[in-house]
Unconditional design. Structure first.
Ligand code: TGC
Ligand code: FAD
Length: 387
């Protein structure tokens, strides 16, 4: 049976890339695959992943060693995300948030003191971080955010609410985006235990059930001046973080797609109807052929984007195209694979339904499917399309 590396992309990887990918693959096979269905069925977050992913060097792998990272390149980061999402989108979510949305802004926009204080603990998994941009009234349009910081004598007062925040209920720190008195977006590091700060969990999700999601509520929270990210002002701050996370998702979604496709391929070679394996019927072969074609195209898109990212040449619109395309094909592959398993497709014995439900969040967060289409449209035409 065909592998999922149809165009021999393996040849484009260095020995170091393969080593990194294989170590994450091994961990996912040993620690995530056997346990994740139980966590998802019970809507529980597998907290053990923090320490173990920290030990594997997954958090902030692209950050210099001085701050606890490994100084890896962007293809390595992408491959890690692919392998994690082969296990579960929620596990990849945790790595995306910790690496791209918490460690990245502290590294890029933080003071030396902030970097030394937070980055090594985030890298090791001792600290859990979260990222607060979305609000109850402002999702796709974060520039209209209502959260505010007001300068006082030696500190700031933070007020507002953030919504749909991955890992917020268990986070030690939150990188939060709020406007100052001049309407300028600033980044703030909020620590667990600060008076007036709470992070209630959002319950009853049908998607990303093995990931924990919550709110961030700020009522006159006193933020020391030293907790403001000094080197960034404006919406481009959080957007730069999203460039990194969206890039990781473009790789991650391929992992979910590969897991669904491989499951459908295996099942359809064993399952017989009308005295024949069901993968001998042309309609099922069409499904498999189209899935592998889309996986191959997505791999090439992600790999080339990684090369451009390594060269600091990847544009936000290129990242939007890859995130949008790869999540869309993963979701379609999940739906087609599920059909190929018939009734068996709906049970937790196979990973497909879980991936499918997870991908309904992945296609919405980090910018919805349509927002990424609009970003591409604006880039092509130079004309605004969503205001
Ligand atoms: P616009 O006027 O276009 O831009 C405002 C300023 O931001 C800059 N900018 C970017 N900079 C770097 N990278 C990007 N991708 C950027 N996009 C915009 C832009 O140059 C400008 O800078 P300046 O210096 O001129 O002021 O902004 P707009 O108000 O029209 O808004 C459009 C925008 C870009 C916000 C919208 O298109 C968008 O992307 N909305 C989606 C919001 C989103 O993705 N939210 C994600 C929340 S976090 C999350 O979902 C985490 S999920 C976690 C998990 O994986 O579990
Ligand atoms: P809305 O912005 O209300 O959009 C609703 C619909 O309207 C969408 O289909 C959208 O495409 C469409 N739409 C909006 N504007 C336009 C337009 N101009 N033209 C055409 N169509 C439009 N956020 C964080 O900050 N941190 C996190 O850690 C985080 N984690 C998340 C985890 C999960 C499980 C989920 C589901 C979300 C998470 N989010 C997080 C929030 C996520 O980024 C937002 O849900 C997303 O940006 C969309 O915002 P919204 O849900 O408010 O939808």
């Amino acid at each position: 049976m065909q592998t999922t590396d149809y165009y021999l992309i393996e040849d484009l990887l260095t020995d170091e890339h393969k080593l990194i990918r294989n170590s994450v693959k091994k961990w996912v096979e040993k620690r995530i695959k056997p346990t994740i269905d139980n966590y998802a069925q019970n809507h529980k977050f597998p907290e053990f992943i923090f320490k173990e992913m920290g030990e594997l060097g997954i958090f902030g792998s692209f950050i210099p060693e001085k701050y606890g990272g490994l100084g890896f390149d962007q293809i390595s980061y992408g491959l890690m995300m692919q392998e994690l999402e082969l296990g579960d989108s929620g596990v990849r979510s945790t790595a995306s948030v910790q690496s791209s949305l918490v460690m990245y802004p502290i590294f890029e926009f933080g003071s030396e003191k902030q970097k030394m204080k937070y980055l090594p603990k985030l890298a090791s998994g001792e600290f859990v971080g979260c990222f607060g941009l979305t609000e109850p009234n402002h999702g796709s349009d974060p520039g209209a955010m209502e959260s505010r910081i007001v300068k006082k004598d030696g500190y700031y007062l933070l007020n507002g609410t953030k919504m749909w925040i991955t890992n917020s209920p268990i986070a030690d720190i939150a990188v939060v985006w709020a406007k100052d008195e001049n309407g300028i977006v600033k980044g703030v590091i909020v620590e667990k235990g600060m008076k007036g700060f709470s992070a209630p969990e959002i319950m009853n999700k049908w998607s990303l059930r093995a990931s924990i999601t919550g709110e961030l509520v700020f009522n006159d929270v006193k933020i020391p001046e030293e907790n403001i990210l000094p080197n960034i002002s404006g919406l481009k701050g959080p957007m730069m973080c999203l460039n990194s996370a969206r890039y990781g998702i473009a790789w991650g979604a391929i992992g979910a797609a590969i897991d669904c496709y491989s499951t459908a391929l295996q099942y359809s070679s064993e399952r017989k109807q009308f005295n024949k394996p069901i993968n001998s019927f042309q309609l099922n072969q069409k499904k498999l052929a189209e899935m592998l074609t889309e996986i191959t195209k997505a791999q090439l898109l992600a790999w080339r984007l990684g090369v451009l990212k390594n060269e600091n040449r990847a544009t936000p619109a290129q990242i939007s195209m890859a995130k949008r395309n790869n999540v869309e094909i993963a979701l379609k592959i999940a739906r087609e694979s599920r059909q190929m398993l018939g009734a068996m497709g709906i049970v937790g014995d196979y990973p497909i339904m879980r991936h499918m439900m997870n991908l309904e969040s992945v296609i919405t967060y980090e910018g919805t499917h349509d927002i990424h289409l609009l970003i591409t449209g604006v880039d092509i035409t130079g004309n605004q399309a969503f205001k």
